[in-house]
Design a protein around this ligand. Sequence first.
Ligand code: 0X9
Ligand code: ZN
Length: 427
Amino acid sequence: MRSTRSHRSARPVLAVLIAVIAIALAMPALGGVSAASPQQLRELHNYRIDGITTKEQRTAIERTGLSIEGAGATYVIARGYAREAANVQALGFDISPSFAPDDFPPGYEGYHNYAEMNDAIAKEVAKHPTLVKSFSIGKSYEGRDIPAVLITKDAPTYTSGRPEVLFDGLHHAREHLTVETTLYIMRLFADGYTKKRSIRKLVNTRAIWIIFDINPDGGEYDITGDQFHYWRKNRQPNDPNPNVGTDLNRNYDYKWGCCGGSSGDPADETYRGAKAFSAPESKMLAKFVDSRVINGTEQITAAISFHTFGELVMWPYGYTFTDVPPDMTQEDHDTFVKIGQTMAQSTCLSGDCYYPQQMSDLYITDGTSVDWEYGAHHIFAFTIEMYGNDFYVPDSVIKSQTQRMKGSVTYLTKIANCPYQAIGKGC
Ligand code: 0X9
Ligand code: ZN
């Protein structure tokens, strides 16, 4: 089935121009991005084309220049350039990006790569179809779905009416332990429903949203090849600058780039992007949170964004050293501190406890998800920096270190009906 890529005829300038316009128009369907970047145009990609059953169809695909690498009963996997994919689409075929699975090395096999994470989610939905509903909040830059679940007692039909919480993982590609944590949270609530009364009560009375992996392109890139890449950002090009990636946790539209807590240089690890929400991944998370505003009220009242490492429980703001700036009330600050301290206390393992502090006590950041969630939506949102003295902790610690989050997760979910109860006040 493998074809050669040796003979290609030169195209007249006009035909190339038309092809580039066609690709730009086709890219949203193919890659979930608004236009093909010059870098994308130069790179080879894998595609899946569905509804392919005949030799005539396969021949038509090969004639566009795409190279068929393998075929199933009703589909083919092909490799080639975006312009060729656009030609296939123009012929009316059902073409989408396809990703070769990458995997964790020995000692880390217990971690889930993107495909394994999706399988784990699908399995949990199959196990508990009335409690767990899975969906995608949108596409990453490279076109991967950003998977999410809703967990509540009647998830498939739930629309609103219960206090809601949000847990997210993998803003930073190399922080793989956070995907394990979001998967753990899913099982904690879904599998715990029949086993533990306190969990059942939470699932019956709260709506729990989990966004497992907000940076799937970065996460997969980080595990390609035979060594970890220490990758942090997403995989969005910054043409014509050759450096790839935006730090998703500097790209949110709250005090974006305000305060020296991010970089304007694409070469830097904390590059904030060309503008707020220039990265599709942060934009999709925000769009999802925005979508939970119902009759003018944000339904999500509390959230945790998981990162590694440092064993910290942190509250907003990151953009200023001031504890109670004009865009925070004293009451909210006191509530943040109390919840943060309580969550930190619940993490103690052999006398080792996470440390509670304001985000800026670590360093100033601007454009973080948590600043945006509180600043724009008044969500009691926390950053938790999990266990580790490196990003790549062996899979032997996954169980104990994800379970260590149980107290924080259940406490925050419990008080989501009125977070001010943490300081003895009502709502
Ligand atoms: O810098 C970040 O985005 C987070 N740390 S990490 O090592 N996971 O990259 C911290 C975000 C919280 N904000 C502040 N500490 N200011
Ligand atoms: Zn991080």
